[in-house]
Write a protein that binds this ligand. Structure first.
Ligand code: ATP
Length: 237
């Protein structure tokens, strides 16, 4: 089970509180899009969920209470975070980056099979295994970052602005692959994305965050149909 339940989540930096009582539920195997203007707290929400920053409130994944756990413990519980800027190790090869992604797993069993599985999603990485990650294009680096996250066999995948800096064609391909991963592995996905069209295109549900609070929630269709969202994030009406 990998339903994500978040209740009354509060987080920030030092004395500055950024998130104020966030509540949301993402059903097992669903994709949830988080939309909102710059500075709304979207990245902070993902950081709180993966334990990168301390948060108060309740977070459960598959019914297990995860509040207050360390990033390592959360990774072992199946939470994988692909941060904005991707977080790949540039001097290391593609293969080394992928193998590092398996570090949270107890056994080494199946690592090679998982690398093959990731090549299935991202064939371009197969041809680049011995290359330094830093020599990859932006799109390939994003694929590597997602591939590395998949090496931990996550139950919950947190994606922060996967489209950042990528050409529209590359972004569309990336979102298609995220959708395939979600469909094939039943991985629950929370995606923060400026490109609301794309995010709503793959998500079942979405939340709009403004100044650290959820101001609108609904199915992707409901959010797309909202007048305010259309004006602010979809660029029409
Ligand atoms: P963007 O799309 O611009 O990344 P966002 O919705 O992801 O926006 P956050 O990055 O979560 O927003 O930022 C929310 C607030 O937290 C902002 O006011 C930001 O200045 C502040 N903030 C973000 N990171 C830090 C940090 N490391 N230290 C202090 N304040 C931070």
């Amino acid at each position: 089970m990998s339903t994500l339940e978040v209740e009354d989540l509060t987080a920030g930096y030092g004395d500055a509180r950024v998130l104020h009582g966030i509540g949301l539920t993402v059903g097992e195997g669903e994709i949830c899009a988080i939309l909102g203007p710059n500075g709304a707290g979207k990245t902070t929400l993902l950081r709180a969920l993966s334990g990168m920053i301390k948060a108060r409130g309740r977070v459960r994944l598959g019914g297990t209470d995860l509040a207050g756990r360390s990033p390592d413990a959360l990774a072992r519980q199946g939470i994988a975070h692909v941060p904005e800027g991707r977080g790949t190790f540039m001097p290391l090869t593609v293969e080394e980056n992928l193998r590092l992604g398996a570090f949270v797993r107890r056994g080494r069993d199946g690592v090679n099979a998982d690398i093959e599985r990731i090549h299935g999603y991202f064939p371009v990485l197969k041809d680049r295994m011995k290359q330094a990650a830093g020599s990859l294009s932006g799109g390939e680096q994003q694929m590597l970052a997602i591939g590395r996250a998949l090496m931990s066999r996550p139950r919950l995948l947190l994606l922060d602005e996967p489209s950042l800096g990528l050409a529209p064609l590359v972004t569309r391909e990336l979102f298609r692959i995220v959708q395939a991963i979600n469909a094939e592995e039943q991985t629950t996905v929370v995606v923060v994305e400026q490109n609301a069209h794309l995010a709503l295109g793959i998500a079942q549900q979405a939340h709009v965050l403004e100044t650290g609070r959820i101001v609108l929630s609904g199915t992707a269709e409901q959010i797309r149909a909202d007048e305010q969202v259309a004006q602010s994030y979809l660029g029409y009406r």
